[in-house]
Design a protein around this ligand. Structure first.
Ligand SMILES: Cc1cc2nc3c(=O)[nH]c(=O)nc-3n(C[C@H](O)[C@H](O)[C@H](O)COP(=O)(O)OP(=O)(O)OC[C@H]3O[C@@H](n4cnc5c(N)ncnc54)[C@H](O)[C@@H]3O)c2cc1C
Ligand code: SF4
Length: 479
């Protein structure tokens, strides 16, 4: 039972203070502030130990939330960090980027009252940061090396979680990635004001300390043959993400000043990593229109603000309640000066006569219930209008991008290109090829960090158990 059962009556929900708007828009530093130790413990004491931890159920990795909140209340930070890592190999990252309002905190029993949920994500972040600062590292001293070796393709959250799980089971994990740094979208997609890149670098040190080997700048299919990996390793995990653009097919999308969301965000992150000024993306005095209302759209909005845009307008074809991303990110965008235009469908990007953007033509929409779940936006004829724009950023989402070598090795894909896993009695995350496992965005389509982490963790556990069974001659993973 909680040390102070009725703490929630006396102490309101109080997340760490964010950096003031006037300061945060001047740079790319993380805007989420940090707890001081007594605040974290006091906020943890707001947990009422309700006995039905819906928060755990709603957390995709099923963190033992009430249990680690108790350890935080007792000041047992290192033990809390150890418990967090039993279910989540990247807790400091999920604590920062999970849309908690839709997951753990949205399901907290206190959230159903006027008192507001426990600040679960911020506590998770604070505990891990603090434990790592104090020198905490995963203890693998009890782990017996099995001699098995696995190739992990992709150093995004799915691949990292898989590698972590494999090392905990005494399996060697070699992680291949085409990029020069680990993290996948954690490093190159999510902007630094949401996730400082130093956090990912620290996690790399932790994983290397666990014996994970990173082979970076090695794209499978270009620098390394997939077949060679299958020959060399006992099993392969594929966590290559989802990078095919949803193309809105808008007339005028070839005009100068039109950008696709991810190349824009990646180029800006790489520029910041090289400490270079914004030249291509100098948005000073420019009117920017962002098309799309997901998390990536919010990142584009807020990056455009930091690039000095005179105005940023975000156009979304449904209403605010239907936005697919985190409400927190929408609020941050608004606080930082973004204007939202709901119920608008872009129909064309307009030319100024010199091959450059001058605006976006939109039409108003109404939501129509078609009886198959989510209401669909329908254009209202005659309601067209033009928005002024010097820059347009298209952010319509991503589809799977299965590498050609997967199908060539007999891995079944869905009609939309997702890797099929766990079908017909297969192990969790096992594909139709018994020695190939997959997870993250390439299995689910574009989704969340924490779900990629879940898949990677489950895949690591499946691979380890399949290899153990194989060693015991109950062959389930055949060479
Ligand atoms: C701009 C943006 C913002 C986002 N914000 C959030 C957020 O706030 N919260 C949240 O939960 N989620 C967010 N997401 C979603 C989240 O980042 C993804 O769901 C998650 O990163 C998927 O993890 P993954 O490991 O499957 O793939 P990825 O992170 O895409 O990693 C895949 C890795 O595989 C590598 N790779 C691909 N092909 C090969 C190959 N042939 N050989 C070697 N390496 C290869 C890539 O280089 C990459 O490093 C965001 C996504 C974007 C685009
Ligand atoms: S991993 Fe994400 S959903 Fe789960 S407890 Fe942490 S912040 Fe909440």
């Amino acid at each position: 039972m909680s040390a102070k059962l009725f703490q929630f009556l006396d102490l309101p929900r109080q997340p760490p203070r964010t950096v003031p708007v006037a300061v945060r828009v001047l740079g790319y530093g993380e805007i989420g502030g940090d707890f001081a130790s007594p605040q974290a413990s006091a906020q943890a004491e707001r947990c009422i130990d309700c006995g039905n931890p819906y928060c755990e159920h709603a957390c995709p990795v099923h963190n033992y939330i009430p249990n680690w909140l108790k350890l935080v209340q007792q000041g047992r930070i290192l033990e809390a960090a150890t418990l967090m890592h039993e279910t989540n190999p990247l807790p400091e990252i999920c604590g920062r980027v999970c849309p908690q309002d839709r997951l753990c905190e949205g399901a907290c029993t206190l959230e159903q009252t006027a008192f507001g949920s426990v600040t679960i994500g911020s506590i998770e972040r604070w505990v891990t940061d603090e434990a790592l600062r104090q020198g905490w590292r995963p203890d693998l001293s009890h782990v017996r090396e099995t001699g098995h070796r696995v190739a992990v393709i992709g150093a995004g959250p799915a691949g990292l979680a898989c590698a972590d799980q494999l090392r905990r089971a005494g399996v060697a994990a070699d992680v291949y990635d085409g990029q020069r740094e680990i993290g996948g979208l954690l490093t190159f997609g999510i902007p630094p004001f949401k996730l400082d890149k130093g956090v990912v670098r620290t996690r790399r040190e932790v994983l290397e300390g666990m014996g994970v080997r990173f082979l970076l700048g090695k794209e499978v299919g270009r620098d390394v043959e997939f077949g060679a990996l299958l020959d060399e390793y006992d099993a392969v995990f594929v966590g290559t993400g989802a990078y095919t653009y949803v193309d809105g097919q808008l007339p005028g999308r070839e005009l100068q000043g039109v950008h696709d969301a991810l190349p824009f965000l990646i180029a800006n992150t790489e520029r910041l990593m090289r400490d270079e000024p914004a030249t291509v993306f100098d948005f000073r005095d420019k009117h920017v229109v962002v098309l799309g209302g997901g998390d990536t759209g919010m990142d584009c909005n807020r990056t455009a603000i930091r690039l000095g845009a005179a105005s940023v307008t975000c156009v979304y074809r449904r209403d605010e309640a239907s936005m697919p991303g985190s409400a927190r990110e929408v609020n941050y965008s608004r606080e930082e000066g973004v204007t939202f235009l709901f119920h608008r469908q872009p129909i064309a990007i307009l030319d100024n006569g010199h091959g450059e953007v001058r605006g976006v033509r939109v039409v108003e929409t109404r939501l129509v219930d078609t009886g198959d779940g989510r209401p669909k936006p329908q254009n209202i004829p005659g309601s067209e209008s033009d928005l002024v724009a010097d820059v347009v950023i298209q952010s319509f989402g991503f589809l799977p991008s299965p590498p050609h070598w997967l199908a060539a090795h007999g891995v079944a894909l869905s009609p939309s290109g997702k890797v099929v896993t766990g079908a017909n009695g297969m192990l969790p995350q096992q594909t139709s090829h018994p020695r190939i496992f997959a997870g993250g965005d390439n299995v689910r389509g574009a989704d969340l960090v924490v779900r990629a982490v879940y898949d990677g963790r489950e895949a690591g556990a499946s691979i380890a158990s399949a290899l153990t069974r194989k060693s015991e001659k109950a062959v389930s993973v055949e060479r």
